[in-house]
Design a protein. Structure first.
Length: 139
């Protein structure tokens, strides 16, 4: 090999080593919010529509899920099914965003339960406070 070819091969090798970090940054991101509604207390929603208190989404491996509460309540998160996730601490406080990365193929089930009652936060509901469930299918 000539010197010019060696430099080119070395440069391509350096790009290949850097690529995993770049690929991780390009992972798909889904944003969900926990919205307070008068009937049944809470629902999952996207920026465009309400999904309900129990919803199922299908995502690609490596997807990042960002969950933010648009409600002044704090929530406890639990995983009840699927390969173990790095959820961090149990509680997410009002206004915080929780990030969950789905690195393995499988079916995951998560719950989010409000910590305070609506009355404690000065909110009005037409039903009992509910626990949200989210099923994530990773392909």
């Amino acid at each position: 090999m000539t010197r010019r070819r060696l430099v080119l091969v070395a440069s391509i090798g350096a790009i290949a080593v850097a690529a995993p970090g770049a690929a991780a940054a390009a992972s798909p991101t889904i944003r969900l919010a926990i919205a307070h509604v008068a009937q049944h207390c809470h629902v999952w929603r996207t920026s465009r529509k309400m999904l309900g208190a129990s919803t199922k989404i299908t995502v690609a491996r490596g997807t990042r899920l960002l969950i933010r509460s648009d409600c002044p309540m704090d929530f406890d998160y639990r995983q009840t099914r699927g390969p173990k996730l790095a959820l961090g601490r149990l509680r997410t406080f009002a206004g915080e965003t929780r990030t969950i990365v789905f690195g393995r193929v499988g079916v995951y089930r998560l719950t989010a339960t409000n910590v305070q009652t609506p009355e404690e936060r000065g909110l009005v509901t037409l039903g009992e406070p509910n626990t949200l469930t989210l099923t994530v299918v990773v392909k």
